[in-house]
Design a protein around this ligand. Sequence first.
Ligand code: MOS
Length: 749
Amino acid sequence: MSTTTISAAASIIGAATPRIDGPLKTTGTADYSADFHFDHMIFAVPVCATVPSARITKLDASRAEGMPGVLLVLHHGNIGPLFRTVPGDDNATNSEVRAPFEDEIVRHWGQYVAVAIAESLEQATAAAAAVTVEYEAQPANLKTSLDDYSGKRKSVSKRGDPDAAFVSAPVKIDYTYITPVETHSPIEMHASVVTWEGDHVTLYETSQGVVNHRAVMAQVLGIPLENVRVITRFLGSGFGGKLFPWPHAAMAAVASRRLNRPVKLSLSRRMMFSNVGYRPRTEQRIKLGATKEGKLLALRHDYLNVTSQLDDFDEGCGEATPYLYSVANLEVTSAQPRRHVGAPMWMRGPGAVPGLYALEAGMNELAEALNMDPLQLRLLNDADKDESNKNIPFSSRHFRECLEIGAKKFGWEKRNAAIGSMRRDGKILGWGLAGASWVAMRLPCTASVEFCANGRLCVRCGTQDIGTGTYTIFAQVLHEKTGVALERIDVIIGDSGLPAGPMSGGSMVTGSVLNAIASGAEAAIKRLQQVATATAGSPYHEASLETISFSAGRLHRKDQAATDGTHFADILQLARLNGLSAEGKTIPSWEDPKAKDVSLHSYGAQFVEVEWEPDIARLRVSRVVSVIDAGRIINPKAAANQISGAVVMGVGMGLLEETIYDHRTGQPINGSMADYLVATCADSPEIDVTFLDYPDPAMGEYGARGVGEIGLAGIAPAITAAVYHATGVRVRELPVRIEHLLQSKIVEA
Ligand code: MOS
């Protein structure tokens, strides 16, 4: 992989700093949730429904309860009160509406109907298997396709008269694009380890949002917020599947409270496919109308996504559609047909990623209908203001530059548009491109910065590192502000008791927390200076604050070198302080005058090359050029890692990932890592990542918008365009399968 960041960095901001948590992870000393062990710990194993839709008529746990080591079997009849979270409470967002075991209705295969708790994992597993459940079957809708939906559709965004403009447009396309269910498959599976001390509970969770997780658990368990603590020191990723709590956490908490013992509940990989969310199937109809010269006249984007029986989950496929291109007549509509499936959940780049697959695939097909270069079509329709929202300006948009630089790096001008016309080493090459976009926002948060008498500097924030480099960039900002060496900086995150920080979601931690850390550091320095001037015996006693400065970890007079100054630890000792801290806050973008009236988004361009060997029907993504405009890049090493990882995930989305359900039972039939295909090293192309690195003035001091999701946007439609170019087969339903490719009429030369 190669990385380019345009504009070189002089300071640690923008420097390719290795992960400060890397050694903990590579030596196995980082504790993930299931790594927490406590004396007298017991184990919980759920019992899952084997039908998609039914009423439980009898649940018999008597045999399980009599087995060796078995302590308890919890189910609807004995779990006691559990509660739903308050609808619309953004500080306590849950994954599923329904509380676990709330009623005796089964609404999807795999739904928890009981949980067995025993002295050992083996005993609990055996007990769970011994629980017998009788069901009275109820009608189940397990139809994969959503195309029979005839209910209401919500208008998400509208301007002009798209239908009239489409009818009269000289050139048009009208196609439906489908994305399948994809299952979050992080290395670290879900687990809850729960301990109680009196009426206080601590949950060791794999959570993308410890602060929200605490609020949800307080509401679900019906206990005061201050009695709940959630800890997530490290995450083996999550992709959105760990944003909000899932029912197993409450089940483990009740078991632990009831038995007064620490409880561990780890999901199996099979449960990961039925009980903790997935990216829902989408069916998206795209209508595009244009002049003969390629100017867009009409855009319709009507999408459906599947949801569960009780949850109203809108995938939001129209996220990027209203502002990406300039078009006077546009409408996006949305509806959510229900099936007997588990609750869907956000997955990396939710909404925009499947939405852009449809929109950008449509743009590529429109380019063909126009007999126009798809790059030119996009440049021609670039928007210079956000036409979806009162024509407000973009905070910082360099979409055009992404496309132009990408084309240059990729060698797009050498493209021969004729199908199957480009060859290398006996293989047919296919080239495709697509645009990318992702929303940016600054969430409110607080960080506390502490100078410690032991010479260490500490930052505390109730956020967490999903694996993207959050620990490292926090330390970079503190180093930049104080000059204290990275080895002497402690980043304390992953604990709901810390000052409230944001979820690791929406690519928003970087843009949100850095401002709070920076202002916390400035406030702590100021306080240290005040202490120094007020402390008898300090070299700065009674000095005026304007005459002293702070750099390289030392207080010094402005006319003095930092090395001749006094280390902060010595100041603290003179003042007999163990430490000194101050808080900094981030103002949310919607309250900041510089950010609230601008359109905040990241942009990108994806260029993909595939190699096609028609005689053996072998297709491989061989090369990807990804140009990303995500504001200022704080750590190009970690950031490029996010983009290249997302590109690999995009290869999976384009060619491999799909959760397939048995139409009779609703059981995922490929619910294991052997059968659910994700892209691996062997599938990974050569990846070239370029960051434009323009600071976004609406994002505060650092101008960073975050990079966790944008890299996945646009990869799948660029792949299907490249596949078409190589094979002549237009695939409008992901993933591209060998069955599609075998329709190719291209033969080996
Ligand atoms: Mo992301 S889908 O917001 O974890």
